[in-house]
Design a protein around this ligand. Structure first.
Ligand SMILES: Cc1ncc(COP(=O)(O)O)c(C=O)c1O
Length: 388
């Protein structure tokens, strides 16, 4: 009896994901193709990862070349791709030093541990209600979504949550016990929530006043997603520690924690580590991503296409009572509905466009940063047809 990919997955993999009944076979540019040959416009990038779309020549070439040369060494030795990617990330940011890991969650864990170790007696992490920082116990304790923590208690101690975007609440919470304030510059999983202008700057000031470190979780907002290399650049301030992942290697697993010299100094040999961190192939892909950003005007395209997407969605919203809000920055856009988002996303998938439902009633758009305005128009036409 022949078995399909979907049947085999459902039989043999742990049932922790609510998957759509589609098995993808390959991708080209901004399109994915399923095992039956049906074509889909990708406006989600696999949770915001495939920032250069699918089969990007420079990234594929870098991966192929490095995979033939060297796959793994461990962190007991040096290799060129990690050294060069760390250098490129520092050249493009506030950071002096980089720690490589394998996911966004791991970059958050590293940030929490670094902040605590740098803080001495200070242990508390102030985070935001509605935030998402990952699924390991530390990152989960930092995440301001109690329903995600259900059944996994007790959570590690020393995390408190305040209202997102509320400067006074953050100021009241921070004191001489605070190791760090940690926020997403725009909340992603929690519904694409954009804080008031000046919020990140105010957090910087609170940290400077109280001696806490400022951590920006840019796992989702980083790597060009909002039209700047990192989203905090829009406010002209810098954090002490930054978490990055998702688009960093355009589809290979990698995470990075960036830090200032003084914060990074708290990690000494033996204090933190991971076997697979700084994988040479993932790092080679990361170098190719940044080279592509520079050579192909990716951030410029993100800004222009992002504006086009938001304007077009607002035009649709103006005609309809069931769309409450359109918000975001660059190519990180949320469309809040009066009802649940999942049925719309299901119908859009059926029509051939990949979107995401988050926070119950928000349709989230995280297309490849290379998407064209014509492709956006094509996707929105399919979406409009899918709306009830
Ligand atoms: C802001 C933020 N932090 C952390 C994570 C966790 O990253 P990962 O799923 O790569 O572990 C995510 C994932 O969506 C995220 O959006």
């Amino acid at each position: 009896m022949s078995t399909t990919t979907i049947e085999r997955t459902n039989r043999f993999m742990v049932g922790n994901y609510a998957r759509f009944a589609v098995a993808f076979d390959h991708g080209e540019g901004r399109y994915l193709f399923d095992e039956n040959g049906k074509r889909y416009l990708d406006m989600f990038s696999g949770l915001g990862v495939s920032c250069l779309g699918h089969g990007h020549p420079r990234v594929s070439e870098a991966i192929a070349t490095q995979s033939k040369k060297l796959l793994h060494t461990s962190n007991l030795y040096y290799h060129a791709p990690a050294a060069r990617l760390a250098e490129m990330l520092c050249e493009r940011s506030f950071a002096d030093r980089v720690f490589f890991c394998n996911s966004g969650t791991e970059s958050v864990e590293a940030a929490i541990k670094l902040a605590r170790r740098a803080g001495g007696d200070r242990f508390e992490i102030v985070a935001a209600h509605g935030s998402f920082h990952g699924r390991t116990l530390g990152a989960l304790a930092a995440s301001g979504q109690p329903d995600l923590q259900e059944g996994f208690g007790p959570m590690p101690a020393g995390f408190m949550h305040v209202a997102y975007g509320d400067t006074e609440a953050a100021a009241d919470a921070a004191g001489d016990h605070t190791a760090a304030i940690m926020v997403e510059p725009i909340i992603g999983e929690g519904g694409v929530l954009v804080p008031p202008a000046g919020y990140l700057r105010a957090l910087r000031e609170i940290c400077d006043r109280t001696g806490a470190l400022l951590i920006f979780d840019e796992v989702q907002t980083g790597m060009g997603r909002t039209g700047k290399f990192y989203a905090h650049e829009h406010e002209g301030i810098t954090p002490d520690i930054l978490c990055s992942a998702k688009g960093l290697a355009a589809g290979l697993p990698i995470g990075a924690m960036l830090a200032t010299e003084s914060a990074a100094a708290a990690f000494k040999p033996g204090t933190h580590g991971t076997t697979f961190g700084a994988n040479p192939v993932a790092c080679a892909a990361g170098i190719a991503v940044i080279e592509s950003f520079d050579a192909e005007g990716v951030l410029e395209n993100c800004r222009a296409s992002g504006e086009h997407l938001a304007d077009a969605l607002r035009a649709i919203a103006a005609q309809r009572a069931d769309i409450k809000d359109v918000r975001g920055r660059g190519l990180m856009v949320g469309m809040e509905l009066t009802g649940p988002a999942r049925p719309i996303v299901d119908r859009a998938l059926e029509a051939g466009v990949i979107l995401n439902a988050t926070a119950g009633n928000v349709v989230r758009f995280l297309p490849p940063l290379t998407i064209t305005t014509a492709e956006i128009d094509e996707g929105l036409k399919l979406l409009e047809e899918a709306l009830p």
